[in-house]
Design a protein around this ligand. Structure first.
Ligand code: GLY
Length: 353
């Protein structure tokens, strides 16, 4: 069964389609936009790319942080010019979150903005990266430092793409689904995976509609991310994003408990939800908590001091200036495990339906 989820943003509104085979809706979307040409940038084999219904240039891409650069954006825009792409045509991305990010930014900049349609092929990109209009590339100084808000004209989350996804890549997306339990979408875990994707997107669509530019409630989407990002960096990205978010979610529960914001049973619920998805729940044994604290101070949410999205009596909210000694104590109390075991747990747990 396919689900259509509207992202309501006035004249920038669009639909996200979720389900098996929804990529074949692409030609209809392109027709609806009135585009006469398309450039498809794909990190997947050509047969994964559906017909656009118009003359099309297919450009190969590669998922991965190494390609998320301004020079890739420049190369893409150069190809758009050579193909004769106009402002009323369309760019299509097909791939994981790094591909939707970089192609989205190229579309935002080309001719000061051309329509873009995303075909996310990883679970992480389907439940998070491709929806909401955040586009960015990295600089040598850090991740996602140059970007723009550029909403797609449609997002087609074809769940058939997930059937060949490596198990660990699937887990990467499950980390983002798990954190939805604490930011407004409890009870997802027993649903079939396509319904979990649709529910996660519905949650995100509502949040983005309220706060497109990430100045308020959109912070909620960063539940578990403060420690998660720090763990990704501290392990040299040996931990994947969703794995870091999973551990960060367990930590966020413990920190909220230590601050008296939630009771022990809710703290335990964080562990239970993350565990349900077979995701890691312990800190890597050889990561120094002081390094994590230093890294968390640099988090985008911490204007001053340490900031976390934390559960509380009124639900999750951004809490700033959290005392460093509490953070350090809660980190010290976290269980520890070898990095290899944490990653192993992520590759051998049960696969969702
Ligand atoms: N990935 C978080 C956001 O879209 O705001």
């Amino acid at each position: 069964m396919n689900t259509r989820i509207p992202v309501r943003l006035g004249d920038r509104s669009y639909d996200v389609l979720v389900g098996p085979g929804v990529r074949t809706a692409l030609a209809g979307v392109v027709r609806g936009l009135g585009a006469r040409r398309a450039v498809v940038v794909s990190a997947r084999p050509p047969e994964w790319v559906p017909d656009t219904g118009v003359p099309t240039l297919l450009l190969p891409a590669r998922d991965g942080e190494q390609g998320k650069t301004l020079s890739t954006v420049e190369q893409l825009c150069g190809e758009f010019v050579r193909f004769g792409l106009t402002r009323s045509d369309v760019v299509v991305s097909c791939g994981g979150g790094t591909t939707t990010d970089v192609v989205g930014l190229a579309a935002a900049l080309y001719h000061r903005g051309v329509a873009v349609v995303h075909l996310p092929t990883s679970l992480l990109a389907q439940v998070d990266a491709s929806v909401g209009g955040k586009t960015a590339v990295n600089l040598p100084a850090g991740k996602n430092l140059v970007g723009a808000f550029w909403q797609p004209s449609a997002v087609l989350c074809d769940t058939d793409y997930l059937s060949t996804l490596p198990r660990r890549e699937l887990r990467n997306g499950l980390g983002e689904i798990a954190r939805c339990h604490f930011i407004g979408a409890p009870g997802l875990r027993d649903l079939p995976l396509p319904e979990q994707i649709a529910a996660s997107v519905t949650l995100k669509a509502g949040i983005v509609a309220e706060d497109e530019r990430d100045t308020g409630v959109r912070h909620l989407l960063n539940y578990g991310h403060t420690l998660g990002h720090a763990l990704e960096i501290a392990t040299g990205f040996a931990l994947r994003h969703g794995e870091g978010v999973a551990i960060g979610t367990v930590f966020a529960g413990r920190l909220a408990g230590a601050l008296g914001r939630i009771g022990q049973s809710r703290v335990d619920e964080h562990l239970a939800v993350v565990r349900h998805y077979g995701l890691p729940t312990a800190l890597p044994a050889d990561v120094d908590p002081a390094v994590l604290v230093r890294q968390m101070r640099r988090d985008k949410k911490s204007v001053t001091g340490l900031g976390f999205v934390l559960d509380g009596p009124a639900g999750a909210e951004l809490v700033t200036d959290v005392a460093e000694d509490v953070v350090t104590r809660v980190l010290a109390e976290m269980p520890r495990a070898d990095l290899a075991d944490l990653v192993g747990a992520a590759t051998t747990g049960p696969v969702p339906a």
